[in-house]
Design a protein around this ligand. Structure first.
Ligand SMILES: N[C@@H](CCC(=O)N[C@@H](CS)C(=O)NCC(=O)O)C(=O)O
Length: 295
């Protein structure tokens, strides 16, 4: 018998909405031997999954409960975290594993974009020897480094804060981080070759920075709105038409984002344990509570 769709802690164990349709159409192992182990609610999975969809890479999606750490997950990632990749060589049968969402994004990009003869899509400017593109790639990584080290932890600090004064303090910290991001979006719009599109660096299509942070920007519009009354669109900083809002709306409307996103009730249910800061919610929640970096 399969596990119930929701755990006793309230998090969902199966995707809903468009993400569920995507799971159902990716249930068999393709000839490249690639499987992603995911969890419906997980933002780290979300960024790896958007990458797969956007780049059009064939894959199988297998839902696992990362808190129960089934053997199939531990076999490819001893930490038992999602996302994890299982890479099976179809000729030799050799199996390799890979964890860490950012490393997975790098792997997928190198394997299916940089090593491909004529890739139709890419998340970073090409490695064509041009100085402008080397710098643009470094800038995208620099912004991503900040998002991972500052903005994403501040999302959890705000959500897990229980006392009113801490919620105000960490709420400001989070919106300051979004303001930092808006400044970077505006700055990158002025960079060499920026094409006037809505994504980071004026791209007309999704890019590295967008995918890196999209899952948390989205969860800010439902989880943080519901549990912490955050209303970005009615704020002075990010109203409709602001650079941040145009960017966020372009992400939410993107087919690769929509295909990997569940209905909002799934996120509200799954994050109640964070919003109440229940003990042992997850390694992420524990790291935030103890002031350590994210796992
Ligand atoms: N640094 C990891 C973090 C992944 C992560 O923490 N995933 C969560 C689910 S959102 C998980 O697997 N948690 C299991 C646990 O806390 O034991 C990454 O970027 O992939």
């Amino acid at each position: 018998m399969s596990a119930p769709a929701k755990s006793s802690a309230g998090y969902h164990r199966a995707c809903t909405g468009q993400a569920l349709s995507t799971v159902e159409s990716h249930s068999t192992l393709p000839s490249n031997g690639l499987t992603i182990f995911g969890a419906a609610f997980c933002p780290f999975v979300h960024r790896a999954w958007i990458t797969l969809e956007y780049l059009g890479i064939p894959y199988r999606y297998v839902e696992v409960d990362p808190y129960e750490k089934p053997q199939i997950l531990l076999e490819v990632n001893a930490k038992g975290l999602v996302p994890s990749l299982r890479l099976e060589d179809q000729k030799s049968g050799k199996v390799q594993g890979l964890g860490e969402s950012t490393v997975i994004m790098e792997y997928l990009h190198e394997r299916y974009v940089e090593d491909a003869k004529s890739p139709s899509k890419r998340l970073l400017p090409p490695m064509d020897g041009s100085e402008a593109n080397v710098y643009a790639r470094a800038q995208a990584r620099l912004v991503s480094h900040h998002l991972n080290g500052k903005l994403i932890p501040s999302f959890y600090r705000f959500l897990q804060a229980q006392e009113a004064d801490k919620q105000v303090e960490y709420g400001k910290e989070f919106t300051d981080e979004l303001r930092w991001l808006q400044d970077r979006l505006e700055e990158a719009d002025r960079s060499e070759g920026a094409a006037g599109g809505p994504f980071y660096a004026g791209r007309k299509e999704l890019g590295w920075v967008d995918v890196m942070v999209a899952p948390w920007v989205f969860r800010a519009t439902n989880v943080l709105q519901h549990y912490r009354s955050l209303d970005l669109q009615s704020s002075e900083l990010f109203p409709p038409g602001s650079r941040y809002d145009k960017w966020a709306q372009a992400i939410f409307a993107h087919p690769a984002f929509k295909a990997t996103t569940s209905t909002e009730d799934l996120y509200l249910d799954s994050y109640a344990r964070y919003a109440e800061n229940r003990p042992n919610t997850s390694q992420v929640a524990n790291a935030i509570n103890s002031g350590r970096g994210l796992p």
